[in-house]
Design a protein around this ligand. Structure first.
Ligand code: ADP
Length: 452
């Protein structure tokens, strides 16, 4: 809890966790972890290959029966202890996430709260494993449905929420009595390694939680995914990788849970409270530098309020202090890597050449690290690439609409269906939008909807 980055990182495990033992990669290789705010290396971690992945699965298989037979109350207590330990180590986890991922400290702290909630929620769910009792249609028999742990699970997490994406997969699996192999993103492995240490301290038995870090996600994962002892795959990440994993999972008829990309529309109707809409839009867009699958990607704003909305968003965007997330006044940290900056710049340039107007921003920052100016674009035409691509950056793209039917048509004009946001004072319209927008979640007059 010293707050000193070097001291903190020195205390974070850098090896693989296999069967309860911190282990070097079989080939002895390591790879570097960088701080995106400085583009400097901050740590090296073990670089697992296929044989390490198989060893991790061996450990998960060996621990599976005993963990499945461990009383739910005991599993619950371990998860609850992990939740409590996380509160004690809050500042360290927050700083670690800022160092390896870039988000401002206040947002890292909020992620400790959000990520911790999965530990608490699933500690509570662990003791509520229910089934069903029914009568068969003929009336001649009774049907009993019971739930069982599926067995060893492989959990692949992304870099944008290094703690929360790990707890939200690990906690439910452990609560249900499953053992796991976790593979964090190569860009942000430290938080998961630190979490694994915390889970051991909380009493997770050897082999129940295994962690492999690797710079070769595809090859290393393949050895686990083709192993018939694996029972489930859970993945959060990009749609193309998800598609490739679903194809591999099909060969083993694996159970899968996939959380892939998003392209959230953010609708502002002319009857909305504009102050609230702007406040919600700031959160839905700039939280995590826009690097979230739930980030608002397309702002659809009714013509009569477009001018006002764009101006206010630009004013607010200009006030956002861009910088190293460890500095307390920073509101926008760096993007994750150089490639991300190039992608955002290409999308903005493309929108410009197709007629979008830059109200503010639109450039990278001339300094070390991967910084991009908070940007507001208006009059973005439907054919601009950023309307069909996940921007994953701090860019507000505004397109006007004339009436509700046009808003719905534009909002639904995407193959993605993760989330949408709607600002209106009309309850009747809010309810209509719930029916008409083809997204799994809809935020009504709110810019943040993620919770356990
Ligand atoms: P992003 O584009 O946001 O970086 P990715 O889908 O590339 O998202 O990465 C999400 C996670 O998937 C990371 O842990 C990454 O290492 C992993 N990953 C990427 N490609 C593969 C693959 N072919 N097989 C298994 N895991 C992969």
């Amino acid at each position: 809890m010293s707050g000193d980055p070097a001291e903190l990182i020195a205390g974070v495990p850098s090896r693989l966790l296999i069967g309860g033992t911190w282990t070097d990669a079989a080939q002895g290789r390591t790879f570097a972890v960088e701080n995106p705010a400085t583009a400097r290396k901050i740590a090296s971690v073990a670089d697992a290959d296929a044989s390490d992945a198989s060893a991790a699965l061996d450990a998960a298989v060996a621990a599976a029966d005993h963990w499945a037979a461990t009383p739910p109350r005991q599993r619950a207590e371990i998860l609850r202890t992990a939740f409590d330990l996380l509160q004690d180590r809050r500042d360290d986890f927050a700083l670690l996430m800022t160092l390896e991922m870039g988000k401002p400290l206040a947002e890292s702290d909020a992620e400790v709260t959000y990520g911790g909630e999965f530990l608490r929620w699933f500690s509570e769910e662990a003791v509520r494993i229910t089934g069903r009792y029914g009568v068969n249609p003929e009336g001649t028999g009774r049907t009993i449905v019971t739930r069982h742990p599926v067995g060893p699970c492989y959990l692949i997490t992304p870099w944008n929420f290094p703690l929360a994406m790990a707890t939200r997969k690990i906690a439910p699996a452990l609560a249900a009595g499953c053992t796991v192999v976790v593979k964090p993103a190569e860009l942000t492995p430290l938080t998961t390694l630190y979490l694994a240490q915390l889970m051991i301290d909380a009493g997770v038995p050897d082999g129940v939680l295994n962690v492999i870090t690797t710079s070769a996600a595809k090859q290393t994962s393949a050895s686990i995914l083709t192993d018939p002892r694996l029972r489930k795959l859970s993945f959060t990440g990009s749609t193309p990788v998800g598609i490739s994993l679903l194809k591999q999972a099909a060969d083993q008829v694996l159970r899968t849970s996939m959380e892939l990309g998003g392209n959230a529309p953010f609708l502002v109707f002319d009857d909305a409270d504009l102050d609230e809409a702007v406040a919600g839009a700031m959160l839905a867009k700039f939280r995590n530098m826009g690097e979230a699958c739930t980030a608002a990607n397309r702002f659809l704003v009714q013509e009569s309020v477009t001018e006002k909305f764009a101006r206010r968003m630009a004013d607010r965007a200009q006030e956002l202090k861009v910088g190293d997330g460890t500095e307390p006044e920073t509101r926008i940290g760096p993007l994750i890597e150089a490639k991300a900056i190039r992608k955002v710049q290409d999308l903005v340039n493309d929108a410009r050449t197709r007629g979008a107007r830059v109200v503010t921003g639109g450039e990278t920052l001339d300094r070390a690290g991967y910084f991009y100016q908070p940007t507001v674009l208006r009059d973005v035409p439907a054919e601009a690439h950023l309307t069909s691509t996940e921007i994953f950056g701090p860019v507000v793209a505004i397109t006007p609409f004339s009436d509700e039917d046009e808003a719905v048509r534009l909002a639904n004009d995407t193959p993605y269906g993760l989330v949408s946001y709607v600002y209106t004072k009309s309850l009747a319209r809010g309810q209509r939008m719930m029916e008409r927008l083809e997204t799994g979640m809809m935020g009504l007059n709110t810019g943040v909807i993620s919770n356990a």
